[in-house]
Write a protein that binds this ligand. Structure first.
Ligand code: IMP
Ligand code: MG
Length: 196
């Protein structure tokens, strides 16, 4: 009986703690979901996997702006071998929903033919963006094309494109923080929050 009472008290304290750490962005409230430590561990693991798989290459990491800027930065700090970086800017989300249409806002300004390209994404949701990227790089005659993403929503994913490196699988919920935004806000949060 004592044990159950103690457990209920711990649950209550945890819930209280979450409520205290709740944040408001525009009209919506978000609660803590994934810590900065978990994120760092996931990125370090992905960087180590890519490093092992392409030990003899100088890969070009292509970050997808805006969302992936923090992932790219931390990924490169964990990657210890020679590498290059480039960015492309795509957009498909409005508010908390995918529009199913991917717009290219800034294109690639580098010849990547014959190179090993690792696309770095913040999150793969419906897969519209990765499909668009795959088509784009097919025309570039790259040597290897791989996709690494910090977050992956398996329940929302609708495409056949293989996601080669996955940091953390999450349920089909809208999240913000660590580069991810809700209508422009929340990108600067060092940890990830989910819609309440
Ligand atoms: P996809 O094209 O549907 O796979 O979505 C890719 C892009 O949508 C991501 O790179 C994000 O910019 C955005 N996105 C998808 N899910 C979320 C989310 O939960 N929070 C914030 N942005 C998201
Ligand atoms: Mg993105």
């Amino acid at each position: 009986m004592m044990f159950i009472k103690c457990q209920i008290r711990i649950l209550y304290i945890c819930r209280l703690f979450k409520t205290l750490k709740m944040i408001q962005l525009h009209d919506k409230q978000f609660v803590p979901f994934i810590s900065a430590e978990e994120i760092d561990f996931a990125i370090a693991t992905m960087a180590a996997q890519v490093e092992a798989d392409f030990a003899d290459e100088i890969p070009v990491f292509v970050g997808v702006l805006n969302g992936a800027f923090m992932v790219v930065s931390d990924f490169m700090k964990h990657y210890k071998k020679p590498c290059e970086v480039s960015f492309i800017k795509l957009a498909s989300y409005e508010g908390t929903e995918s529009t199913n249409e991917v717009k290219q806002l800034i294109g690639l300004n580098q010849d990547l033919s014959g190179r090993t390209v690792i696309v770095i994404e913040d999150i793969v949701d419906t897969g519209n963006t990765v499909l668009e990227l795959k088509e784009l790089f097919k025309k570039q005659n790259v040597k290897h094309f791989k996709i690494a993403t910090l977050f992956f929503k398996p329940e929302a994913y609708k495409k056949e494109v293989k996601i080669d490196y996955i940091g953390i699988r999450i349920p089909n919920k809208f999240i913000v923080g660590f580069g991810l935004d809700y209508d422009g806000l929340g990108r600067n949060l060092p940890e990830v929050y989910q819609l309440k």
